[in-house]
Design a protein around this ligand. Structure first.
Ligand code: PMP
Length: 355
């Protein structure tokens, strides 16, 4: 059965999973949610009226997210992971005859989902150090007049945090919406959330998958103008957020202190990892996220990835991706996992771990 003509050349999104001792390839939290969250979740699950549809508007969850960010509930849209948030945005505003702009390398799903909706993607280039080049932004916007311009901060897979000045400069130029994907926002020193209001064509997306240790529950959201949220509500499938997920998210929001503790641990481990890696023959890209991109200098990236896998350490092999020759990405794990990674990396490169 032939698929749509415009989808024929499309490749799927792959992230290979292998059984290993140390899994540092998908930017998850290295620790589970707090035990008290699990108990409260189990207790509430036992009271769900499973024969009824869930609250279609996810009222309490939206109120909780809004309160956390100091916005109104009608400025919050939640969905099954931030990927579904992105998909709903693109279904609503992209589509055939429209263009979406990305600045590469960046999160592959921005362009991928845009293409699935039938939109064209204008791929701008980042500078050699992966920072945003504002002249290139101007050129891409002038040439393609995108309905949506994507930025990702911290950017996946580079780890780079966009400056507030750059986000404001891009916001001045976009003819449509600016979407700032902050899936890793809590690990960074600043957030674009403070720039959102009803008069600004800006959307910030977030997820429960990383900091909240809830990748398994698939919950993400955006904060944006209320007129935009009202449009998304028309496009998304009815009852898309099941009862269990709404409870999971609402309860998670009562564990902010525990979440912040995890963020502190990961940020300090990230700095420790980056310093130890910088003492080895690898180029380390500065990161404001829960992962680090690096390029080995004495061996091919793919060979280092394989040598780590041989030591039962799995990281992300980006070496075959466009613009990322020889690059690898490691997710920050627990202190023990990070030690195992550093030891394996040192062994692979024939060097030592310096404290
Ligand atoms: N945005 C970025 C930049 C990501 O790296 C990811 C996860 N890989 C997502 C969005 C999607 O996250 P989720 O669907 O789990 O919320």
């Amino acid at each position: 059965m032939p698929v749509r003509d415009d989808l024929r050349a499309l490749e799927g999104y792959h992230s290979p999973q292998v059984t290993v001792d140390v899994r540092l390839n998908t930017n998850e939290s290295p620790v589970p949610p707090p035990a008290a969250w699990r108990d409260a979740f189990a207790a509430e699950l036992s009271r769900v009226q499973w024969h009824r549809y869930p609250d279609r508007a996810a009222t309490q969850l939206r109120e909780g997210i809004a309160a956390m960010h100091g916005v109104r509930p009608d400025q919050v849209f939640a969905a099954n992971g931030s990927n579904e948030v992105l998909q709903t945005l693109l279904l609503t505003y992209a589509g055939p005859g429209r263009t979406v702009a990305t600045f590469e390398p960046t999160y592959q799903l921005h362009g991928h989902i845009a293409r699935l909706t039938g939109a064209s993607v204008a791929e701008g280039e980042r500078a050699a150090d992966f920072s945003l080049d504002l002249d290139e932004v101007r050129r891409v916007i002038a040439q393609s007049s995108p309905i949506i311009t994507f930025l990702c901060s911290p950017n996946n897979p580079t780890g780079l945090v966009e400056s507030e000045a750059d986000i404001r400069a891009v916001l001045q130029q976009v003819p449509g919406l600016l979407v700032v994907d902050e899936a890793y926002g809590q690990f960074a020193p600043w957030s674009a959330l403070g720039l959102v209001d009803d008069d600004t064509p800006l959307v910030v997306t977030r997820t429960f998958s990383k900091t909240w240790s809830m990748a398994g529950s698939r919950l993400g959201y955006l904060v944006g103008p209320s007129w935009l949220v009202a449009e998304l509500d028309k496009v998304v499938l009815p009852y898309h957020l099941d009862a269990a997920k709404q409870i999971a998210g609402r309860l998670a929001l009562t564990f902010v202190d525990e979440m912040e503790e995890r963020v502190h641990l990961i940020v300090s481990e990230r700095e420790r990892l980056a310093a130890a890696m910088a003492a080895m023959p690898v180029h380390v890209f500065p990161s404001g996220a829960n992962f680090i991109l690096f390029r080995p200098q004495t061996m091919a990236g793919r060979a280092v990835w394989q040598a780590l896998l041989d030591r039962s350490v799995l990281i992300r092999d980006c070496s075959g991706w466009a613009r990322l020759d020889d690059c690898l990405r490691v997710t920050v794990g627990t202190p023990e996992e990070n030690d195992l990674f550093l030891a394996a990396l040192a062994a692979a490169l024939g060097t030592e771990v310096r404290p």
